[in-house]
Design a protein around this ligand. Structure first.
Ligand code: G1P
Length: 326
């Protein structure tokens, strides 16, 4: 091979066009207090959902949408994340020696997902601050933010739809989901211009205002912000000026509220209303539901698990009937 050929091969296949979304930021610095003691020595992002850590689903989602440059914003006690996405030579050699091709492929997949970078948040000052920690890495292009607690089913293509909206309309794009009004206090909540449902099926709307975790009585709607964002890089300047808000933390929602009201370049916020399958792995009960829902559809385990589950539920129902019989 000539040196010119070597040079040509070492270049990336194609350089990203300015203005396209190529980077994903995954905030992963949270302490996981809702899962203690499971998360005392293990990052919550590493809790398994069937047979993969929760965070791997999120990285796979980013790479499926074409975002192979992933920055994780981590903190103390998160070394397991770096180990998980790194090669594990000894393990690979051992599996190779045993001829265990299947597990070898699974282990390799977790380290071949993209270019994963890490930055530390240092202080737990909120989601807005975590995103601000990505400023140097992201630079001046739009980028995606994926929150690790929210898993979006691989069969639903939310992030791709959001990137398409950013390309068509500019500004920033958030994901919204209708929730029962009594649950809005758990989320950022959006008011939207209902006349702006301009995409045919009414799932793209212009966001007119945002409030972080409102009381149901003050909520502008039942549209909750779920953990996917495509942000204009001008958000960094706004975040740097955003004072602590709800919970005394710098809130991404507050910075986006400024952009929703702005007609400056890079301003404006659209929402994509998601009606697909979302699993919340940040809460113990929802985590259990996520595991069951993904297990019943699992390619290898689904059929056995489903029949066991049906039998288990039948057994529980007849036991309940027996004990209710006078
Ligand atoms: C964060 C955001 C909130 C959003 C939620 C989605 O809150 O601050 O606006 O609705 O994620 O999961 P957290 O759940 O981290 O408290």
């Amino acid at each position: 091979m000539t040196s010119t050929q070597q040079l040509a091969q070492s270049k990336p296949a194609s350089l990203p066009v300015a203005g396209t979304v190529t980077k994903a930021v995954i905030p992963a610095a949270g302490m996981g207090t809702r899962f203690l003691p499971a998360t005392k020595a293990t990052p919550k992002e590493m809790l398994p959902v069937v047979d993969k850590p929760a965070i791997q689903y999120v990285v796979e989602e980013a790479t499926r949408a074409g975002l192979r440059d992933v920055l994780m914003v981590t903190g103390r006690n998160k070394a397991a994340l770096e180990d998980h996405f790194d090669r594990h030579w000894e393990l690979e050699k051992a599996l190779e020696a045993k001829g265990d091709e299947l597990r070898l492929a699974r282990v390799r997949k977790s380290s071949d997902l993209g270019n994963i970078h890490y930055v530390r948040q240092g202080e737990p000052l909120g989601l807005g601050h975590a995103v601000l920690c990505a400023a140097d890495h992201v630079g001046n292009n739009p980028f995606a933010v994926l929150l690790g607690d929210d898993l979006i089913d691989a069969r639903d293509h939310l992030l791709e739809a959001m990137i398409a909206v950013r390309t068509a309309k500019g500004g920033s794009v958030i994901a919204l989901m209708e929730v029962p009004l009594e649950s809005v206090h758990l989320y950022g909540c959006a008011s939207v211009d209902t006349d702006s449902r301009d995409d045919g099926d009414g799932s793209v709307v212009r966001v007119t205002g945002l409030v972080e975790k409102p009381d149901p009585a003050d909520a502008p709607s039942n549209l909750a912000v779920i953990g996917r964002y495509v942000l204009d890089p001008s958000i960094f300047e706004t975040l740097a000026k955003t004072p602590p808000g709800r919970g005394n933390e710098i809130q991404l929602t507050d910075a986006l509220q400024v952009h929703a009201a702005s007609s400056a370049p890079g301003g404006g916020v659209h929402g994509v209303i998601f009606r697909g399958r979302r699993y919340d792995t940040g809460d113990r009960l929802d985590y259990l539901k996520a595991v069951v829902r993904l297990a019943v559809d699992h390619r290898e385990l689904g059929s056995d698990f489903s029949s066991w589950l049906t039998g288990f539920v039948d057994e529980r129902n007849s036991a309940a009937l027996d004990s209710a019989t006078p």
